[in-house]
Design a protein around this ligand. Sequence first.
Ligand code: CA
Length: 645
Amino acid sequence: MKKVILGILMLLCGWTSVSAAEKSFSSPDGQLTVWVDDVNGAPAYRVMLGETEFIERSPLGVKTNIGDFTQNLTLTGCEIKKVQEQYQLSTIKQSTVNYEATEAVCSFEQQGRKVIDVVFRVSNRDVAYSYTIYPKGGTLVCVVDSEASGFQLPSGTTTFLCPQSRPMGGFARTAPSYETSYSLDDQMGKNGWGEGYSFPCLFRVGEKGWVLISETGVDGNYVASRLLNVKDGLYRIGFPQQGECNGWGSTSASVALPCQTPWRTITIGTTLANIVETTVPFDLVSQKYKASQEYIHGKGSWSWIIGMDASCNFDEQKRYIDFSAAMGYQSVLIDALWDVQIGREKIAELAAYGKSKGVGLYLWYNSNGSWNDAPQSPKGKMDKSHARREEMAWMKSIGIRGIKVDFFGGDKQNMMQLYEDILSDANDYGILVIFHGCTLPRGWERMYPNYAASEAVLASENLHFGQGACDAEAFNATIHAFVRNTVGAMDFGGSTLNKFYNANNSRGSRRVTSDVYALATAVLFQSPVQHFALAPNNLTDAPAWAIDFMKEVPTKWDEVKYIDGYPGKYVIMARRSGDKWYVVGVNAEKTPLKTKIELPMFEKGTELQVYSDDAELNGSLTTVKQKKQMAITIPTNGGVVIVNK
Ligand code: CA
């Protein structure tokens, strides 16, 4: 407690130094406290929320080719200041963010020379740190081979993780692409399939609370990382695998000095509220270039998810443009093989037709390159600057809205540079970018103004591919709100209203979730651009209230509130757009979820529209007057949606 008070006092005084052997500093509300030390020359930190240690003493430091900065270091002091910033970002979970944090720059010397700072940011929800690496005399570049950056979780902690794939595996050797299944409430001490885990990584520290570990601010200046288990409860940052990108490129990061490395982020809460509501991926990064224009986000349709490759033909795409127009949607996404099955001249014709109906087109591209066997075309248009810019100039000339680039080669620095180059070139031509078969976005909504969303999840395509994914659909949905989707836009491509993943709506994988569930996930899954898995036949074969809702549902949000839930069981949360709150829930448990929820966001007497399911998953829409508390029942694979009129 003394140290907490000391932390607050230091804040009041502005810039200062702590002279004790162990330095500490706290969040603006004084609840989250970090201690830093250099015992035995090895830099380390630990984190407490209130009286509970959530991260036990864990290693810090980097190993580079100009020195090993994980040992023989002396902590010379921490410079502490208060950080306050307000920013607007319409494409994330919260449109206006008031960011407040304590910054502590902790400097370490080796043989009398300042070698690294560990820069900490402590907000009321999150601890983050990154390294500043200093030049060594006239040596102004270095290679970072690894980080000691560790996270020692208390014993008894359980894990909610998905494994990082081995390289050059999976479909057409496109792995890793962050498309693996979660194990929930698992014990620590495992290491996925031997290669650790994909970010973000969720942990439950018994009854005491939750920890979400991730990273942000990764661009072409560094590698993207994963989380490796060292032993028992100790995890550390892992760099990419040698085999990624068909072996091309280094697993290390090559940097110019001084450099600041990406942020390691730790979100901590006694409930899952902080995990759901955190804005830490965006708080710590800044915009890398200005938007060339105001980008149009919004909703769209997408034939491929129901009709697959065969549907990428002129007539069907025209029908989907009509469908999007009928829904009031802004776009149609034309998936792989359009170059062969439609052709460039006819694409221009479709773009003009879409424009006449207020519908913009997104075009699919293969990212490769030499890093996988994916045969889908167009190929060879996105991996080299001259081809890419020529292609984008063509797109601009016919008014293409955006691109969906698929099948990336992993997390090495060369791939991070490719993501960044595609984004910045696309901005020159006014094009929005969606990534698929890709890595996790790491603060990219704020860094790149034309970045729309990424897949990096077992997305809706798997529902088409197999019944197993359909049967597990609700189970997976209850995880995403707490893990994948909380750190960045998730292009899931869901909210299917077909009974079957087939153009005749009569055979193939069968959807086991309800129509209300489909509506709920349109709110639950956050992305500023949504290409829903709806089909033209849904205008006549789906309930009118479901179609009406899907016409109106926003894709941009002002605020998010966690209400209740548990990964893999159920989730209830709320998003606000303007003066409308959308309270949504889905249930994956074997038994109906019966609960009472508080609805303080609605004023007394407000008329609420309630979409709910009966025991047979038949949905209905009713109108009720706002009550302080509402009793709800969500059947297995069902949903609930509550919206003020
Ligand atoms: Ca995929």
